[in-house]
Design a protein around this ligand. Structure first.
Ligand SMILES: NC(=O)c1ccc[n+]([C@@H]2O[C@H](COP(=O)([O-])OP(=O)(O)OC[C@H]3O[C@@H](n4cnc5c(N)ncnc54)[C@H](OP(=O)(O)O)[C@@H]3O)[C@@H](O)[C@H]2O)c1
Length: 282
């Protein structure tokens, strides 16, 4: 299987390259060489590689920045998604688009299913929901994979932010009224490969199993790092943000497991694995 990965230098992109190299030849492209919102560049990448599968991990992921720059977010997350999906469909290759828990409003108290209605609250969330629609419309053979609270190698993610903050301050305050499912890019890459081995096209959720608050996530990060830094819980209102964030965004993964046979492991196990990877490369 020949795989073409857009956004290959991102935290997910890197783990996708490694995972799919086990299944056959892979090429990864990213800015500045290939901009997903430049149809000619996307078509040229597809024509050159002749992929059997296209993974679109390219994204505008600055949630706060998108509030001031919605055009930038929509350009990559919606128009770029349309370009990649169209080029994949023209080449007869299935396409994967990654989306987010942020497409949901956050007013649930039980995990969101793939078929639950979306209600994006901010510009980033709206641009990702639009990217889902663009992908569905351009490519009948698509997988939309929603994930959440992603961390992986080289990313400026929550784990790295907490560890940086702990190096600077003896006490951290972290919000307790935001609940979700931390997800390791390694696990998301494995789930993607399992799903792409099927023709069960559609919308899926792939997050590590279980859930926690940001406060509990931070506690687990510091404990695994062996740091004594203390963490105090606080309300999200203590840290006002431009972009609204869902208070509860746990995603149900049963559809993924039914379609692919792949079960996501518990988030704490996946986090332990990430901390070990960091140690190994330090
Ligand atoms: N991070 C999370 O917590 C999270 C949560 C839920 C869903 N997701 C979704 O998961 C996917 C992967 O996220 P990630 O955390 O791996 O993102 P990431 O680390 O920010 O990687 C995204 C990559 O896409 C590149 N890119 C940006 N605009 C592009 C364009 N116009 N053309 C081509 N490449 C472009 C970026 O390059 P530059 O760095 O040069 O901009 C970067 O290499 C995204 O679809 C994201 O929306 C992420």
């Amino acid at each position: 299987m020949r795989t073409l990965i857009f956004g290959a230098k991102g935290q997910l992109g890197r783990d996708l390259v490694a995972e799919f190299e086990e299944a056959g030849p892979v090429t990864g492209v990213d800015l500045p060489e290939v901009d997903v919102a430049q149809m000619d560049q996307v078509r040229a990448a597809v024509a050159e590689w002749r992929p059997d599968l296209v993974l679109n991990a390219a994204a505008y992921t600055d949630v706060e920045g998108a509030e001031a720059d919605p055009q930038g977010a929509f350009r990559t997350n919606e128009f770029g998604a349309a370009c990649v999906a169209r080029a994949a469909a023209e080449a007869g290759a299935p396409v994967v688009y990654y989306s987010t828990d942020f497409v949901f409003s956050g007013d649930h108290t039980t995990p969101y299913e793939p078929f639950d209605p979306v209600a994006p609250q901010g510009e980033y969330a709206a641009s990702k929901a639009a990217g889902e629609t663009a992908t569905r419309e351009a490519a009948p053979s698509h997988f939309i994979i929603r994930t959440a609270w992603l961390y992986g190698p080289g990313g400026n993610n929550f784990v790295e932010k907490i560890l940086r903050a702990a190096a600077e301050r003896p006490v951290l305050r972290v919000v307790e009224d935001e609940v979700g499912s931390p997800t390791h890019t390694l696990d998301l890459a494995q789930a993607t490969r399992a799903l792409c081995g099927t023709a069960a096209y559609g919308t899926f959720h792939a997050v590590n199993a279980g859930s926690c608050s940001r406060y509990e996530f931070a506690q687990a990060i510091l404990a695994l790092a062996g740091l004594e830094t203390s963490v105090e819980p606080c309300r999200a209102s203590a840290f006002p943000t431009k972009a609204p964030r869902p208070a509860y965004s746990v995603l149900a993964t049963e559809a993924l497991t039914e379609a692919s046979g792949f079960a996501m492991r518990p988030w704490h196990d996946a986090l332990r694995d990430y901390m070990a990877r960091r140690e190994a490369t330090a």
